[in-house]
Design a protein around this ligand. Sequence first.
Ligand code: FE2
Ligand code: FE2
Length: 230
Amino acid sequence: MKRNSKTRKGGSGNGGRGNSAQGMIIKGLEVVAETVGRFAAKTFPETTNAVDMLKADHAKVQQLFDDFEAEDNNHAKERLVRTALQELTIHTALEEEIIYPAIRALDDDEEHIEIMDEALEEHHAAKLLIAELARMTYRGERYNAKFKVLAESVRHHIKEEENEVLPKAEQSLDLEDLGRRMTMRKEELLKTESRSNGRALRSSVRKRQARPRRGSQTAKRSSQSAGSRR
Ligand SMILES: [Fe+2]
Ligand SMILES: [Fe+2]
């Protein structure tokens, strides 16, 4: 036992350097594990109940709307908008692919179908604003107004969903099974989102690099006008 631990410690035969290298690797792994844990806790709520997961998303996105209202800095506002757009895109996809079909199938009553249709229409209207905002920066025309309108309509949608749609799911569906399906799908959607965000970032960097610098244009213009005066 003693010999084994000695062998492990001095296995590299480098007079202790192996220890510090191992220590650094372990420390690194601990940091990675902690970061992944924090990310997972932030991205996935601890619950596996589908309705609780959706309500946690609702709370998160409404907090982003509040933060946007309270923020004065345009860059910070734009970051909040981007986070909210990503959250909403994933949330609506999870509802449309997994939760809404399960709830719709519970009843063929006219009022129930109408409620589900309205919910889908509200998603549709939100997606139009999401698509426009995703192509813009804070400098875009009516950027803040567009986001505020999106926030208002999403708040209204959340209220209806929590009062009229989700209670039906709570009464009749296997929320643990739906929660598991939502978690798996969310992982896939997050990977797709991060790939497309990476592409968007690279294309925006390329555009910025291709754009002539303001200083160089001004210098060119002033040298041209100086030339024509001569
Ligand atoms: Fe919804
Ligand atoms: Fe929702």
